[in-house]
Structure formats: structure tokens, C-alpha cells
Ligand binder design. Structure first.
Ligand code: ZN
Length: 78
């Protein structure tokens, strides 16, 4: 069964890890391939201070929100 509180805790930890790693310049939200339109609409790269909380409360998929954070690594340039 989908455990919102557990998922929320996991996502928070994941975000903190990405932030603490100091190699990511931004954080990206990735949605599952079959996720609901709401989740899809949140897909993209965000500044750490602007990133929405996961999981999405308004997600309408029967399995719940399965979005996750991924680091954006800006390794281009000198
Ligand atoms: Zn979602």
C-alpha cells in the first residue's frame, strides 16, 4: 500500500543528500512514464530553494506519486 508519510520522509532525505553532495547545481524532478498529468507538469529542473516537495499530494495515480529527485550536474565548461 502507498505510504505517503514514509515516501515523504524518503524524498526529503534524498533531496538533502543531493544538496549535501555539493556537486549538483540544481535538482530535477523526474516522473514515472505513466504518472498522472499533475506529476508530469512538475517535471523539470529547479533551484534548491524553489523545488516542490515530493510526493505530490494531488497525484491521482492509483499507485500514488512516484516522482523522484535527481541531481543536475553542471560539469560543462572549464
Ligand atoms: Zn508526483
Amino acid at each position: 500500500m502507498y505510504d505517503f508519510a514514509k515516501k515523504q520522509k524518503e524524498q526529503k532525505t534524498a533531496l538533502q543528500k543531493i544538496r549535501a553532495g555539493r556537486i549538483a547545481t540544481k535538482v530535477r524532478i523526474l516522473a514515472a512514464r505513466d504518472s498522472c498529468p499533475l506529476c508530469k507538469s512538475f517535471e523539470g529542473a529547479y533551484e534548491f530553494d524553489d523545488v516542490p516537495e515530493l510526493p505530490h499530494e494531488g497525484c491521482s495515480h492509483p499507485d500514488g506519486c512516484r516522482c523522484f529527485y535527481a541531481p543536475v550536474l553542471d560539469r560543462f565548461g572549464p
